[in-house]
Ligand binder design. Sequence first.
Ligand code: MTE
Length: 646
Amino acid sequence: MFVKNRVEVELTAGRLPAGFPGLLSERTLCHSRRGRAGASQNLPPLRPSFGVLVTFHCPVLDNSESPISCRAGIGNKKQPVLAPSPRGTPPASASRRRAQQLAGARPANSWGMNRKARVLLHSAPNVTMLAPPLRQQSLGAGRVSQPPCRRRTPNPNPVCHNAAAQGCDPPSPTGLQATQESPHVYTREEVRSHSSPETRIWVTLGCEVFDVTEFVDLHPGGPSKLMLAAGGPLEPFWALYAVHNQPHVREMLAQYKIGELSPEDKVPSTLKTSDPYIDDPVRHPALKVNSQRPFNAEPPPELLTENYITPNPIFFTRNHLPVPNLDPETYRLHVVGPPGGQSLCLSLDDLYKFPKHEITVTLQCAGNRRSEMTQFKEVRGLEWNIGAISTARWAGARLCDVLAKAGHQLSETEAHVCFEGLDSDPTGTAYGASIPLARAMDPEAEVLLAYEMNGQPLPRDHGFPVRVVVPGVVGARHVKWLGKVSVEPEESYSHWQRRDYKGFSPSVDWDTVDFDSAPSIQELPVQSAITEPKDGETVQSGEVTIKGYAWSGGGRAVVRVDVSLDGGLTWHVAELDGEEQRPRKAWAWRLWQLQAPVPAGRKELNIVCKAVDDSYNVQPDTVAPIWNLRGVLSNAWHRVHVHVAP
Ligand code: MTE
């Protein structure tokens, strides 16, 4: 029987040979659970003192899942390729025999290695999962020796070896057992001393210790976020970013397990109880919750288009951090003035003195309908259905008036208005985003510093007391709990401006993505979805009523919605409801409906909708050509399959 197994190769410099069997690049290490990668890959130049862990899968001839572990340095032309270890007894198991074959018995050139880049397996095949730590000199200058790689196979009955002694609650946090032998035991002090790339980066979760050095650069939230936990426990950060608390994240983390905490070093109980979300507001029970901490939720489809204006309690919510609890009395908005000019520090009363401007605006998250992309191929992000979109009547001061008061004017050179929220992570890093100055200064663009939503003060989840509303633009730029506005020569340096909310080709994956190469999403493409009937529902024969919404970014009006009952072979034109839209200022959605006869004898209907905007932009018919690794901009024809009652 062939079983995929893992072999680790530690490289100290250089490039990997072509044809190395089943090689995964260093960047795919964390995704290795998804399966085996293709051919070998070139590694970027490495810092000489800093190794890179590379994982590849190789077929193993029995069903033992013992990993084979070995380290390699890049040899030069004179060094032997894949030299077998001179010492030790050949391993007994079939998997080890296979390791032997791979590492030594097989002629090097049968792997198609090019002569300039050769891999020397210093210790294979005899360094296996049970081998002692490699000596420092074999790791290259500046490297710190590591404990041996251990069994990393999911265990159906996980135990934390020190659980009883430590008061840790079994099962172990990763739900995985590192080894069948006694684990390495580390003190918290030892863990603390591993907090930089030079010393390697260790973290703990529960009673387990992980060396995440190789993962830091791959951390989806950015290396700096993971470095916050370096040398310490992950719990306070996982409490904040609860998205981590999922089986696949635990599974990934388990790959980096190196041991357990000593019994004296149990997790401080304060870490278990501290909950940064404890002060979040109470939410409406009708909301479909995508994540509790941070809170992300959408209204169910049947409520979404009940009203043209979405009631505040069921307006979709997209939070990245805990909701700040701000005192309207002491609240101040800092507006940084131009060089040599004056900055403003505005209270709510100061903001009320600006002319009050009121507009109806639809806000849509870039991840709306992401779940349809996921069905096609896995993406990273919250599984939004069709409800990460809502419409409200917003009132506040126009941003252009406030910027003008601070002395700003349109500049000839490119400039951006950067916004900072008052929600922040433990380091004080706030949510941030930016829009081009030209849009901010344009009175026709109607960008608001909003303090009212549907005639009420903003609810806490939606930015109380002040948020930005940027009509026609992706939700991510509508910064809530606004604390600071400044005009900068470049876009916001926020993670959410530079490392998220960007679109990529379907060919780009997490190994090849270059966030700097893509523009940040601003105006969104044309969108529509069916809210009634629901997928899988049974409709009456005779006539069917179909309802939905349609919207386009940049103020482009929806001019038509086409609906098909037969998967797109024939079409009906839906009736558009809702407010008339102003040319180039169509900030809000159109609700639409269609009453159509159900063709006689049909047992099921494949209902499809697509909208057309006033630039004659249309939605793509399928997800495949617009799929992207982050699952944003999902606007393929919306499809609903229903049964017809006999
Ligand atoms: N502003 C702050 N300060 N913090 C946030 O997490 N989320 C953004 C944006 N503004 C966010 C924020 C995103 S991604 C979206 S889609 C919208 O707020 C959602 O606004 P809503 O929750 O009022 O619907």
